[in-house]
Design a protein around this ligand. Structure first.
Ligand SMILES: N[C@@H](CCC(=O)N[C@@H](CS)C(=O)NCC(=O)O)C(=O)O
Length: 204
């Protein structure tokens, strides 16, 4: 199968890192939704990344859905989704917050880099900023729980998504994610980024 999209997309990266944890073989095609628009369009008219092209030609979009598929074909003992309902709910909660942090950072890029300056809408940027701040503060509260990983002793999708979100936000919006304010998240991110599964999918 082929995973389409660059690792500077947090959505692509969380899917790629999940595949590493699950031990799934895939070909990575680092195409950019901006520079390689026409190439991606030929593969997937939706022009979204991540796009997963399965071996039988079926095309999937959306990182959460692709990860769900990965979980279904990966070995159960490597799963990043706990079966226990309480642990699973915690993972879903943290993944949800991480996805918003990613989404609001991407929204900032679209508003400030893709739109001509005279068409930028300041109240929208302020709103997106507040939503990102909300996500980061929630994540930093959860990271301060003193456990080895966010949902217990074993690494889960919560850890993957929080660490990927943090790396992305820090790169794109360092001013919105100062290290002295989010020390716990920074430490957590460093720990996760040192794992071989993360190192195999470097943020580009
Ligand atoms: N909810 C989607 C978001 C994916 C997404 O928005 N990816 C961006 C790149 S970071 C993209 O495809 N942008 C092109 C576009 O929206 O036209 C997911 O989790 O995969």
């Amino acid at each position: 199968m082929q995973l389409i999209g660059m690792l500077d997309s947090p959505f692509v990266r969380r899917a790629a890192i999940t595949a590493q944890f699950l031990g799934l073989a895939y070909e990575h095609r680092p195409l950019s939704v901006f520079r390689n628009y026409d190439d991606i369009r030929k593969i997937n008219p939706l022009v979204k990344v991540p796009t997963l092209v399965c071996d039988d030609g079926v095309v999937l979009v959306d990182s959460t859905l692709i990860i769900d598929y990965f979980e279904s074909i990966g070995p159960a003992e490597r799963s990043l989704m706990p079966a226990d309902p309480a642990a699973r709910r915690r993972v879903l909660q943290l993944v949800g917050i991480s996805l918003i942090a990613m989404e609001k950072t991407v929204a900032f890029i679209y508003e400030t880099k893709q739109r001509p300056i005279e068409l930028q809408h300041e109240p929208w940027i302020v709103r997106v900023d507040q939503q990102l701040a909300g996500a980061l503060h929630l994540l930093s509260e959860h990271v301060a729980n003193g456990k080895r990983w966010l949902a217990g002793a074993r690494i889960t999708q919560a850890d993957v998504s929080v660490a990927v979100a943090w790396r992305f936000v820090r790169h794109i919006r360092p001013e919105a994610a100062p290290l002295d304010e989010f020390e716990g998240l920074a430490r957590f991110g460093e720990k996760a980024e040192a794992l071989p599964e993360f190192l195999a999918c470097p943020f580009e």
